[in-house]
Design a protein around this ligand. Sequence first.
Ligand SMILES: Nc1ncnc2c1ncn2[C@@H]1O[C@H](COP(=O)(O)OP(=O)(O)OP(=O)(O)O)[C@@H](O)[C@H]1O
Ligand SMILES: [Mg+2]
Length: 328
Amino acid sequence: MADVSIRDLVVEYTSGGYVVRPIDGLDVRAGDGELVLLLGASGCGKTTLLSALAGILQPAAGTITVDGTSVTELSGAGLTEYRRHQVGIVFQAFNLIPSLTAAENVALPLLATGRGRRASLDRARQILDQVDLTNRVDHRPGDLSGGQQQRVAIARALALEPPLLLADEPTAHLDYIQVEGVIRLLRALAREGRTIIVATHDDRLLPLADQVVELSPRPPEVVDGRIVAMNDGEILFGQGETGDLVYVVEQGVIELTRERQDAVPEVIARVVAGQYFGELAPLFGLRRSATACAVGPTTVRGCSPTEFRASMGRHAINDLIADHSTGG
Ligand SMILES: Nc1ncnc2c1ncn2[C@@H]1O[C@H](COP(=O)(O)OP(=O)(O)OP(=O)(O)O)[C@@H](O)[C@H]1O
Ligand SMILES: [Mg+2]
C-alpha cells in the first residue's frame, strides 16, 4: 500500500545569497491506488517536490510520510532503504544507459541489490512485458522511440516494486501517439498497493488524474533586506496596484508594460542592471502605472522612498518627475 501525506512542507534553495522557496506550506494527501498530477508552470516547484518525496532533497520544514515512514526524519541506512524499496523515480531525461539493452537497463536496480544476473534479467523482461515492450527487450535506447525509452525508464523505476512511483514530465518531448501509450500505462499502473505522482505541464494528462495538485507560482519573496529573486515571467507588481517600494535591478531585466485603453499591453521600458523603476507610486502615493515582469532570472532590490531619495539626491527626483517613462 502507499499512503502519502505531505504536511506544511517548505523547501528552499539558497542561490547567490538569495533564498528561493518554491514550496512554502504545502499540504497534500494521496491515497493508495491514486494517480496524482502535480500541475504548474515552469519553475513552480514540481521537480523540487518530487525530489523531496524521493528523499533526495531535505525540506526546510514540514513532514512527508509514506506508508507510516516519516521520510523527513530518515537518514543513513534508513534513507537508502527508503530510496531503494519504497519509491521509484522516472526522471525528465530518461537517464537510460545507452550502451545497455532495455532489459539490462531495467535489471540494474535488481543487480544493485545483489540479485544474480540471470534472475535480474528474467525479472526485467517480465516488467518490460508489462509496459508493452516485449519485442524491444534487446534494443538499446538509441534504437527505441522516445515513448519506448520512457516506458523502459518506467519499467526500471518499477523493478524493485516500490509502492510509490514518481514521474517527472513523463510526456515531455513525445509526440501524441507516444503520449497516449504513456498515459495508458500510467493509468494502468495506479492501482491498489501503488500510488503514482506525476509532475507535468501537459494538460492532456488531466483526464487521467484522481487528484490534481496545482502548484501556483509564488509571488516573489522579499528576503535579505528586500532583495527579490525572480524567475522568468514572474510579475513583481501589476498596473493599478499600490506600492511602497522603489526597485533597483541588480541582475537581469525587468520589462514594464502598460495596458492601453484598448486593452493591448505595450512595453514601455526594459530596465537593466543598475537602473531603477517603480519610483512614482511610492514617492507620490500613486498607483502603479505599469506591470513589472522579469525577463529571465532577475534579482531586484527594493528600497523605501526615503532611502531612494537619499541615494538619488533632489536633482534626480526632479528629473524623474519630468520623465514618466520609467513606469509607475
Ligand atoms: N538547485 C537549485 N538551486 C537553486 N534554486 C533552484 C534549484 N533547483 C530549483 N531551483 C529553483 O526552484 C524553483 C522551482 O524549481 P523546479 O525545478 O522545482 O520547478 P519545476 O516546476 O520543476 O519547473 P519545470 O516545469 O521547468 O521543470 C525555481 O525557481 C528554480 O529556479
Ligand atoms: Mg521540473
